[in-house]
Design a protein around this ligand. Structure first.
Ligand SMILES: [Zn+2]
Length: 358
C-alpha cells in the first residue's frame, strides 16, 4: 500500500517536467530557428550579406516587420553616426514620405524629439532644429520667413522677436507680472495710462534731465553703476528716464509733425509702446549717435550688465528690436538676465522669447 501511494504522487511532477520541456522547445524555435527565416527574407529582398548583418545588429526585432523591400537609404540611416535604435521606425516612416531628402537631415529632425513629420524634410528644417534658440511653436513661421532671409540664426532671431510681422500689427498687452523683465516694444504695449507705483527721483549727482524718475530697484542699480563708473573716471548721468504716457503723446506727435509718421516710427515709440513708460530705463549722457565713440559709451557697453543694465537697441539688431542703434539707451532687467543677454549677445526680445515666453 505504501509503495503504490508514492508512485501516484510522482505523476504530476512528470507532467510539469514535460510542459517545461515543451515550452523550452517552443521558445527555442521562435528565438533561434525562426531567425534565419528573417535573414533569408532580407537576402531575398536583395540585401547583401554585409547589409543583412548590419540590419540584424542595429534594428530592434520588433521593427523587422517594417522592412518590406530593398532600400539602400535604410542602410545609410542605420550607418549614420547619429542613428538611434529606438527611433528606427520614425526615421523610416518620415523617410518614406520624403524619399528625396538627405538621410542625415531626416535623422536630425527626428532626433530633435519634436513631431515635425507633417513638414517636408529639408536641410533648412534640420538646421533650424539644431539652433539653440529654436522654439517649436514658431516652426511654421521660421519656414515662411526663410523666403525673406537665408541665414538660419537670423530667421530664428527675427521670428522669435515677432519682427516677421509688420511693426504695430498683432499687438498684445505687456505682462506686468514680468516685473523687471516686462517687454515693451512695437508688439507689446503697456496698459492704458500705466504708471509704476514705486518711482523715485534721482538726485543731481545722477541726473541732468527733466525726466529724472525711475522705479526704485532700477534707480538703486543705476546709482550703483554711476558710482562704479566714477571709480574708472567715467562720468555718467541720466538724461531721460521715466516718461509718462501723456509726455510720450506730445513727443511722438512733435516728431510726426516734423518727419512724418513713417520716419518717426523708426526712432520714436508710439504712446504706450515706449519703454520709458516702464520706469526701468535711462538715456545716459548724450542722446546722439556721436555718443557711441565716447569712452563713457564704451565703458557702458562693457560693464552695464554687471549692474543689471543692458544696451537695449544694439547696432546689429535693428531689425530684431525695430529701433535704430541707440548707444545711450540702457534698460534695467536685473543682474541675472543682463548677464545672459550680454554673454549670449541677445536682445531683450530674443531673451524673452526663449527664456520666459517659451
Ligand atoms: Zn531712450
Amino acid at each position: 500500500m505504501k509503495k503504490r501511494k508514492r508512485r501516484i504522487k510522482k505523476k504530476p511532477f512528470i507532467l510539469i517536467f514535460l510542459i517545461i520541456i515543451a515550452c523550452t522547445l517552443v521558445y527555442y524555435y521562435f528565438h533561434t530557428i525562426s531567425k534565419p527565416s528573417f535573414k533569408d527574407k532580407l537576402a531575398d529582398l536583395g540585401y547583401s550579406s554585409k547589409e543583412v548583418a548590419i540590419i540584424l545588429d542595429k534594428i530592434p526585432e520588433d521593427d523587422y516587420q517594417f522592412i518590406k523591400k530593398y532600400n539602400r537609404s535604410l542602410i545609410n540611416i542605420i550607418n549614420s553616426k547619429n542613428y538611434k535604435e529606438d527611433c528606427f521606425r520614425k526615421y523610416l516612416e518620415y523617410y518614406n514620405k520624403n524619399t528625396d531628402a538627405d538621410v542625415n537631415d531626416i535623422i536630425t529632425i527626428i532626433n530633435s524629439g519634436y513631431d515635425l513629420t507633417k513638414y517636408k524634410a529639408s536641410s533648412l528644417l534640420a538646421s533650424l532644429v539644431s539652433e539653440k534658440y529654436y522654439i517649436n511653436k514658431n516652426v511654421a513661421r521660421y519656414l515662411d520667413y526663410s523666403n525673406s532671409e537665408k541665414e538660419v540664426s537670423r530667421i530664428i532671431s527675427i521670428v522669435n522677436s515677432n519682427a516677421d510681422n509688420d511693426f504695430y500689427t498683432n499687438v498684445k498687452q505687456s505682462n506686468l507680472k514680468d516685473e523687471n523683465l516686462v517687454l515693451v516694444n512695437k508688439f507689446y504695449h503697456l496698459p492704458d495710462k500705466y504708471e509704476p507705483n514705486d518711482l523715485v527721483t534721482l538726485t543731481s549727482k545722477y541726473n541732468q534731465g527733466i525726466n529724472s524718475k525711475m522705479r526704485k530697484e532700477a534707480a538703486e542699480a543705476f546709482m550703483k553703476m554711476v558710482d562704479g563708473a566714477m571709480l574708472d573716471n567715467i562720468i555718467l548721468k541720466n538724461s531721460s528716464a521715466y516718461r509718462s504716457y501723456d509726455y510720450q503723446v506730445n513727443l511722438y506727435d512733435k516728431y510726426v509733425k516734423r518727419d512724418g509718421k513713417e520716419k518717426a516710427d523708426i526712432y520714436s515709440a508710439r504712446p504706450g509702446y515706449s519703454e520709458h513708460q516702464t520706469g526701468l530705463c535711462a538715456d545716459i549722457n548724450t542722446i546722439n549717435s556721436s555718443f557711441a565713440n565716447t569712452k563713457e559709451a564704451k565703458w557702458l557697453a562693457k560693464n552695464a550688465y554687471k549692474y543689471g543694465f543692458i544696451l537695449r537697441f544694439p547696432k546689429d539688431k535693428e531689425d530684431v528690436t525695430g529701433y535704430k542703434y541707440e548707444p545711450w539707451h540702457y534698460r534695467y532687467v536685473g543682474i541675472k538676465a543682463a548677464k545672459i543677454i550680454y554673454e549670449e549677445n541677445l536682445t531683450l526680445e530674443e531673451y524673452y522669447a526663449y527664456y520666459i515666453d517659451k
